[in-house]
Design a protein around this ligand. Sequence first.
Ligand code: HAX
Length: 440
Amino acid sequence: MATLKKALERKIPRWREEIRSLVKEHGDEQISQVSVRQAYGGMRGIRCMVCDTSEVPPDIGLMIRGTPIGELKDRTPEEIFYLLCTGDLPDKRALSALGTDLNERRRVPTYVWKVLEAMPKDSHPMCMLDTAILVMQRDSEFRRAYSEGIRREDYWKPTLEDALNLLARLPGIAAGIYRMRFKKGKRISPKKGLTWSENFARMLGIPDKTGEFADCMRLYLTLHCDHEGGNVSAHASHLVGSALSDLYYAVSAGLNGLSGPLHGLANQECLGWILQVNERFGGSPTDEQLRKFAWDTLNSGKVIPGYGHAVLRVTDPRFAAFREFGLKHFPDDPILDTVDKTYRIVPEVLKEHGKAKNPWPNVDAASGAILYHYGLREFSYYTVLFAVSRSLGMCSQMIVARAIGSPIERPKSVTTRWVTDTVGAATPSGDGKTALVSKA
Ligand code: HAX
């Protein structure tokens, strides 16, 4: 941490000065407008928050601190975390210091296992992970420092401590949940000399003679790390943190959002859809069969999981990286074959359907097929893997937010009456008692 902390210490005064002068010189300039449709439509496209760790240009996809994710796909999660926090990739010394630091902090407190063991046996793995994070809130360095009266400009320091403690423990906790929840036997200890993701792969206990599964986990944890500030998990985490709730509360809140089927849970739904296809047609389907299956899904009022995105308007580069990995290591896999056919057929179907603004695959369309190939077949666990990775983003976003002194979030809500009056719409006729806007 010495070098990560020093790098932040060097950069933070400059960041603060940049923002101070930007707001002083240009504070009243407009960067967005809000329409009635946006206010009712999940605030899509309104530029009203700042996130410097990453951005998602609709025509490019995820960029971490300005670098497209495709160019970072061979990196380790430790390198990515350093990059997210500071804007630079670590040199050898900084990387090794970060690895050592994470190893020294990785012991999971015994009370965490006791709490998890006491939970109902059919608890969702995401609920178990969130509970484990929340229960560790008592260990928060930020909470302790705040109660001792720490100065505002130093908030980021105990937040960095919390982030490193949480991130160091997460692989052990997540792997422990996998083994406990799916009755895989005793927990497996981490091993000295392995990286964060290599140890995670080891502790899951998936047979891996060649190291290919460990590499798949490295890729998985790298690709899911962050996706700018407005997605449900990042925003939920930032919002909770903005009230100066500590990182355990904030990350847990973000992960509760990630647990929704329109967000992180889509990866479990997506593989389910692909497997249903193969089951229905006794293997990889013909183009015609797949087209019909996709239409049947849409006509029954469901979404096609793994397709569409609130921001992206091209094939997700993270999908492309997973597909490339699969085609390199197991090109003849029947599930991957269906994923690939789906990539050819579903965008056409969605375009014809005419609703989704983005007919292209997102990250979840391929990730499950890769995990399934290596024998990690418990779908309900997939979002936990996503969560371990996304914690890198939420933690780095919170460190930066504390560093630049982000204030408590408090947008203004309005009533339907206010909107109706403001735009000069006619008051609807009908039952005055049940309408949102009743006649005076
Ligand atoms: N299948 C069918 N219909 C779809 C669709 C899909 N894959 N994607 C969007 N649509 C529909 C929407 O449901 C919406 O319909 P209504 O007007 O009837 O409400 C319409 O197209 C317009 O939606 P949009 O503006 O294109 O997309 P949104 O920003 O509203 O939603 C979602 C983005 C990702 C939630 C959406 O595309 C979806 O539900 N996709 C399938 C689920 C999925 O893959 N989620 C994972 C996204 C990536 C992620 O966050 N991972 O964590």
